[in-house]
Design a protein around this ligand. Structure first.
Ligand code: NDP
Length: 282
């Protein structure tokens, strides 16, 4: 390393955060781009979040990612938010800009980018299973990308209500709710079906309560689960002849958007995906 060079540093705050694959993915992309940047994975508990965010600025970090349990709690410690982060109500990416900390949410944008090669969300009708953080991020960005209607299928009506309000009141799309207490019959006119629940996470046998024979081959079917990426949900979709999208695409693209925001450089997304697959031993 040249004597005068101070490395640029970004990081991830979370708890528990061991086993998070982002550092390996980012450092592979830094190396490929020839950037002297480092990515630190840091175990930070809720009580230490304010000091950790202040420390990020004090130590000249260029930004960072937030994961469980900090995505909502961090909002009050930032100087400003992007439109997407404000609508979603959660931040997964901090960018340092002239001494100010800007909160963004790249999860939904990452999803939409990974979806586009299969289908443009514009004017499409979406069925979304789940109403948590991932569902909110995907729904808001898909609505901003022109999706026309969302059917939110979730067990807990309260959680779904807040997402419905955001879509109906703050975007041009419309949304309705279906309480998920039965095997869901997929409406024929649906274009895109998304599992945004945690069903399937670390559980290759995890099953959604769906009448799988109601799926049509014209529908594009996506999953947020990236480990393992081949879920039962996607298997059912493939059996029905649907095009499918696994959760690795979203993970790579949300990381690629953060990389570009921090460095100003477009990363090699293929290298990022290969690094993830190596880390997750896929
Ligand atoms: P949240 O805890 O915010 O939300 C979880 C959602 O899953 C809720 O809607 C919950 O329903 C639903 N759910 C959980 N278990 C069940 C079940 N057995 N039956 C029906 N519904 C269920 O989590 P997140 O939204 O933050 O994360 C969801 C998943 O997305 C995680 O597995 C995470 O790893 C993944 N993810 C993937 C990303 C990627 O880049 N690929 C990025 C971000 C997240 P209810 O409200 O009724 O409890």
């Amino acid at each position: 390393m040249a004597e005068s060079a101070l490395q640029e540093i970004v990081c991830c705050f979370g708890q528990p955060v061991a086993g998070n694959p982002t550092q390996f993915m980012m450092e592979s992309a830094f190396a490929k781009a020839g950037l002297e940047w480092r990515y630190l994975t840091l175990e930070v508990g809720p009580e230490d979040l304010p000091a950790a965010v202040a420390g990020l600025l004090a130590m000249g970090f260029r930004g960072g990612n937030l994961t469980i349990p900090h995505k909502v709690a961090v909002l009050e410690h930032l100087d400003r938010l992007t439109e997407a982060a404000e609508l979603i109500g959660a931040v997964n990416c901090i960018i340092e800009e002239d001494g100010a900390l800007v909160g963004d949410n790249t999860d939904g944008k990452g999803f939409v980018e990974s979806l586009r090669p299969l289908v443009d969300p514009k004017d499409k009708r979406v069925v979304m299973f789940g109403a948590g953080g991932a569902a909110r991020a995907i729904a808001v960005e898909s609505a901003l990308a022109g999706a026309s209607h969302f059917t939110i299928v979730n067990r807990d009506p309260t959680r779904a209500e807040s997402l419905l309000q955001t879509i109906n009141d703050r975007t041009d799309a419309s949304a309705t709710f279906v309480e998920w207490d039965h095997d869901y019959q997929v409406p024929e006119e649906s274009d895109i079906l998304i599992n945004a629940t945690s069903i399937g996470l670390g559980d290759p046998d995890g099953e959604l309560r769906v009448a799988f024979d109601s799926m049509r081959s014209s529908q594009v079917v996506a999953d947020v689960i990236f480990n393992p990426p081949q879920t039962r949900w996607l298997q059912h979709a493939q059996d029905a002849g649907c095009q499918t999208l696994d959760g690795l695409g979203m993970l790579v693209n949300q990381g690629a958007i953060a990389f570009k925001s921090w460095t100003g450089v477009d990363p090699d997304v293929e290298v990022m995906r290969e690094a993830l697959e190596e880390y997750l031993e896929l």
